[in-house]
Design a protein around this ligand. Structure first.
Ligand code: ADP
Length: 519
């Protein structure tokens, strides 16, 4: 394997390029018209334009990606996460073209990508699943009779299904992902509307209206296990990641080890994760997700068949480079470690940095990054796809970077995270940095009492009162200065800075005055 094309953008594309460099493998970046100047394009050995900004015309365009792979004579494609990473059709087309897809086979992707099929397979393998419906609403609908109203028109007895499972329950899309298409139903009264809306949403987001019902667990923790499988019968797990701090069912903070697992529970869950890998004939890197209820019962949720956003915390605590391991497996090599060689050392936390405004319901905040200062120091890693002067586009997911800290203990990692967040300065756009400081400083987080309703329960009243360092204030002044020099774009300063009295005269400088500069 001499050359790898990375079918992705942003921080994960940069991460994969770094791994390739260390393995002396050439890299090909692909980019849409709006990504010409992006970091991954600058970092790769070669870069190929694949189309206009809309994802369907570029990063989701299988033909364009395969054409780029052929043009650049690449041996393999790394899909990153998101976009086509778990698309069985993409993997199949790569297989047909003789290009190595760095991930599981298209067959495994089809199985684990359909949550109903995955649940059935796991149940057969003896893996505990969340109590839920066995029926397939798509088929049931065909049997439902026109003219019928209410729940009867669905062709299944949703009343008794609901009763069997118990309320509250959750409606999910069979092909769902990214926290989309989920709907909580609290009573039978809400069922009809929720099923209809759920189907519509599933159809528009995933192109398939198949949905299913599952018991909605109250205040669970999200615990997932990293697995690696080499296709030669060797499968290992690299312990857990806890990802309970979520917004709208999407992770924003992850840590390992979980404060909720005893060594005994960890080893039981790890064993089950290996069972899941075997039952799905898994190869390459993947993640087995579970929900853990307050009584210590755990249930299979789904398999994520790709590298995860939160993989660095596993790397920092186990010493395994997961992306390099993915490449080695795809090259046909055996796993570099056996289960008994793997250990967790210390504690790691990851905070996802998004171009979003927490003060305005996490509205995306595209725009130019006027200034970036990255933190550094012992135990600090910043996986980023951004730089000063870069324009954050509204076309894609607003993730900018990930800040990861490691410490001998959880408390050391947490304190390092706060210091690192204080040292991370991104000017020009709104980001989630201050909000994440709020999470890190929250007494419940400090106590390790992290459940999936943490944000709803504890961060509702967050008012952005996280303090800025003097350095940040000085940098804000610097950003205003460089903005005045360029006179381009729109000046955006973090809300926190607006509270800084001595800067306020600067902030009242309007566009007109800037336009009238004589230099
Ligand atoms: P997606 O594939 O869209 O990410 P998941 O099934 O992985 O969806 O679930 C994402 C998150 O949604 C979980 O981490 C959890 O917080 C919440 N969730 C999903 N299913 C349930 C459930 N049955 N009970 C409670 N919370 C759930």
């Amino acid at each position: 394997m001499k050359k790898i094309l990375i079918a992705n953008r942003g921080e994960i594309a940069c991460r994969v390029i770094r791994a390739c460099r260390e393995l002396d493998i050439g890299t090909v970046a692909v980019y849409s018209e709006v990504d010409r100047k992006s970091l991954h394009v600058q970092m790769a050995d070669e870069a190929i334009l694949i189309g206009p900004p809309p994802p369907l015309e570029s990063y989701l365009n299988i033909d364009a990606l395969l054409a780029a792979a052929k043009q650049s004579k690449t041996d393999a494609i790394h899909p990153g996460y998101g976009f086509l990473a778990e698309n069985p059709e993409f993997a199949r087309r790569c297989e047909e073209e003789g290009i190595t897809f760095i991930g599981p086979s298209s067959k495994t992707l089809s199985l684990v990508g359909d949550k109903i099929k995955a649940r059935e397979t796991m149940e057969k393998a003896g893996v505990p699943i969340i109590p839920g419906s066995k029926f397939d609403i798509r088929n049931s609908l065909a049997e439902g009779r026109a003219g019928k109203t209410g729940l009867a028109k669905f062709g299944v007895n949703l009343e008794s299904e609901g009763e069997k499972i118990g309320y509250p329950l959750i409606i999910k899309a069979a092909l769902g992902g990214g926290g989309k298409g989920m709907r909580i139903v609290r009573s039978e009264k809400e069922m009809e509307k929720a099923v209809e809306a759920g189907r519509r949403e599933a159809k528009s987001a995933f192109g398939d209206e198949t949905i299913y019902l599952e018991k909605y667990l109250s205040s669970p923790r999200h615990i997932e296990f990293q697995i690696l499988a080499d296709g030669k019968g060797n499968v290992v797990h690299l312990f857990e990641r806890e990802c309970s701090i979520q917004r709208r069912h999407q992770k924003i903070v992850e840590e390992t080890p979980s404060t909720a697992l005893s060594p005994e529970l960890r080893s039981r869950m790890g064993e089950v994760a290996l069972e899941v890998a075997k039952a799905s004939h898994y190869t390459n890197a993947g993640t087995v997700e579970f929900l853990l209820d307050p009584n210590g019962n755990f249930y299979f949720l789904e398999v994520n068949a790709r590298i995860q956003v939160e993989h660095p915390i596993t790397e920092l605590t186990t010493g395994v480079d997961l992306v390099k391991e993915q490449i080695r497996i795809a090259r046909g090599e055996s796993l570099s470690k056996r289960q008994e060689d793997l250990h967790q050392r210390g504690h790691a936390i990851e905070c996802r940095i998004y171009a979003e405004d927490p003060k305005q319901g996490f509205l995306p905040s595209p725009g130019q990054i006027l200034f970036l200062k990255e933190p550094s120091g012992p135990g600090i890693r910043h996986d980023s796809g951004i730089f000063s002067g870069w324009e954050v586009t509204p076309d894609y997911d607003p993730i900018l970077s990930k800040l990861i800290t490691w410490g001998e203990t959880r408390e050391v990692a947490r304190k390092r995270m706060i210091a690192a967040l204080n040292d991370l300065t991104i000017l020009g756009i709104e980001t989630t940095v201050d909000f994440l400081k709020g999470v890190m400083n929250h007494p419940e987080f400090i106590q390790g009492r992290t459940t999936t309703d943490f944000i709803d329960r504890h961060m509702k009243d967050w008012n952005g009162e996280e303090s800025d360092s003097d350095l940040q204030q000085a940098l804000i002044a610097g950003a205003i200065f460089s903005y005045m020099k360029s006179g381009k774009g729109k000046l955006r300063i973090p809300h926190s800075a607006l509270r800084t009295p001595h800067l306020s005269p600067w902030l009242t400088v309007g566009k007109w005055e800037l336009g009238s500069r004589s230099s």
